[in-house]
Design a protein around this ligand. Structure first.
Ligand code: FES
Ligand code: FES
Length: 179
C-alpha cells in the first residue's frame, strides 16, 4: 500500500527569490509570508534596518526599493524580488561616508540612532529627486520618520548641509569636466 506523502504545512514552505541588495545579487529562501524587514534582518543579517512599530507608523524600517523609500515592515519580501534594495549598510562607499552621514555626525543629528537608518535613506531619496530642498520640503519628506530624541531641528539642518555639500561637489565636477 502506498505510503502517504507528508505535506509540509504552509508556514514551513519556502520560496526562492533573488534581490540586488546594496549592489550585490543574492538568492534567499524564505517563507512566502515574510516581510522584507524580516528577510533583510534574519536571512541576510542586515540588522542596520530597524524594527519599530511594524504597523507602518514610525518609518524606522525604511529602505529604498528601486530608489524609492519603502516601509520594509509592510512590504512582502516576495514583492521585492529582482528589485534593487538599498539599506543603510550600502550607504557609505569604500569606507567613505555619504555626505548625509557626515552631516548627521557633525551636527549631532543622531542621538540614540534608532531612527537614523530610515531617516538617512529617506533623505537620500529626497536629495536624488530634489537636490536643493527647502526646509518645508525636507520636513515633509521626513514626516513619516519618527524620532524620539532629536526634536528634528538638527535632522533638517543636517539634510540642508548635506544638500549644499553635494551641490558644491556636483558643480566642481562640472567645472573640472568643462576645463
Ligand atoms: S517598523 Fe515599519 S513603520 Fe514602524
Ligand atoms: S535619534 Fe533616537 S529616535 Fe531618533
Amino acid at each position: 500500500m502506498a505510503q502517504p506523502v507528508p505535506i509540509e504545512p504552509p508556514a514551513r514552505q519556502k520560496v526562492h527569490a533573488s534581490f540586488v541588495v546594496n549592489g550585490e545579487r543574492c538568492e534567499v529562501a524564505f517563507a512566502p509570508h515574510r516581510t522584507l524587514l524580516e528577510v533583510l534582518r534574519e536571512d541576510l543579517a542586515l540588522t542596520g534596518t530597524k524594527h519599530g512599530c511594524e504597523l507602518g507608523e514610525c518609518g524606522t524600517c525604511t529602505v529604498l526599493v528601486d530608489g524609492v523609500p519603502v516601509l520594509s515592515c509592510l512590504a512582502l519580501a516576495l514583492s521585492c524580488a529582482d528589485r534593487a534594495i538599498e539599506t543603510i549598510e550600502g550607504m557609505a562607499r569604500g569606507g567613505t561616508l555619504h555626505p548625509l552621514q557626515d552631516a548627521f555626525a557633525e551636527l549631532g543629528a543622531a542621538q540614540c540612532g534608532y531612527c537614523t537608518p530610515g531617516v538617512l535613506l529617506t533623505a537620500k531619496a529626497l536629495l536624488a529627486d530634489c537636490p536643493a530642498p527647502t526646509r518645508a520640503q525636507i520636513a515633509d519628506a521626513l514626516s513619516g520618520n519618527l524620532c524620539r530624541c532629536t526634536g528634528y531641528a538638527k535632522i533638517v539642518e543636517a539634510v540642508e548641509r548635506a544638500a549644499a555639500v553635494m551641490q558644491r561637489a556636483a558643480s566642481d565636477a562640472r567645472s573640472e569636466a568643462s576645463s
